[in-house]
Design a protein around this ligand. Sequence first.
Ligand code: SF4
Length: 417
Amino acid sequence: MVRVGGGLEGTEPAPVSVQTMTAGYTHDVDSCVAEINRLAAAGADVVRVAVPEKKDTSALAEILRQTRVPIVADVHFHFKRALEAVEAGVHKIRLNPGNIQDREQVNAVIDACKDAGIPIRVGVNEGSIIERKDKQKRMEELGKFFEKTSASGTMTSKHAHLLALIIAKLEEYLDIFHERDFRDVAISCKSMDAAFTIAAYQEVSKRFEYPLHLGVTHAGPKETGAIRSIAALSGLLTQGIGDTVRISYANDPVYEVEDGLELLYSLGLREREGAELIACPTCGRIQVDLFTLVQDVREKLASEITVPMKVAVMGCVVNGPGEAEGADVAVFAGNKRGIIYVQGEKVANIPEEEILDRLLAECQAFQRDVLDGTVKLGEKRVEIVPPDPIGELGSGFDKIAAGEVDRTTPLTVRGSD
Ligand code: SF4
């Protein structure tokens, strides 16, 4: 079970969890199970699957039998899919109030979830807000209020009206739940606009006491979607708003999990599992192919290191030692060489082509020491005395200035050659 929310009346809130959604068809049991297990292995706390058709809900029982992570059934258009998913044993239902509105149908889903003891997420998206008969009046009433009180003071009239509709839709929908005394609810109100997402969740957090599922909807490809999602989610999480997050990309959902976890690690909202990689951005002092090395190290650490050690890959010794302070395993590169340190002790001075394997071997050895208790993480303050850039790394900048050292090693980005 994954707890979401809490923190009311003195209770301890659950840690913020990371969700994602499968990209494949739910009715294709083998590939759906494989995808869910891959996402769980990447660190997903909860995985959502779409169940648009009966053949999808029919697959759920077998999918649940072959997976261990909590599964949410995302029901968009037909309430019977929700009833079938509950019957199959899913751990949560997501309803979109824009699509399932009939009161009797919603009541049937609420009753089924109540009997099964599972929660419902009420997920309002800006794209699925249905216009009410009294839309104009409601927008005028609430829109004016939001224009005056928007947290940023920059909300457009269009957004003020949209927020008014979102709040009205949530109030209206949740009334149905309250009438049946069902309060095992989470809320989301996603938009593709990061600033509006922040304003909307701020308002929702003031008005409703339910756990909040954060996300930016149709955020786009990973490259730009990451910025859009992190801008909105970190803005909210640093204000203490949000109980579970889903980053969404038009890409492999494993990236959503990895980036969601990294967001929580970076904000100190979750204890890191696995290695933390620090790497310099490179600059004109570089004399090895650091971009490729960093990517290779990142992939190896992700698959082979499970303890939260700190690993630094630095392009030179100018700022490197200071920036890598505290790293359990570090490499400082020079002129086609690298010097490796383990907890501040220099252990190897090797040519560039040996750096990856040696660095990984040192990380694995360090991991063994941590696991068998020989070393306790964080017990020792790691200070790194910089190597001699000329004598040890052949990259003294006075030699460079004198033209004695070749510093023309080309930088290649993986896949570009
Ligand atoms: S560590 Fe060296 S190469 Fe890397 S950015 Fe800093 S000064 Fe440049």
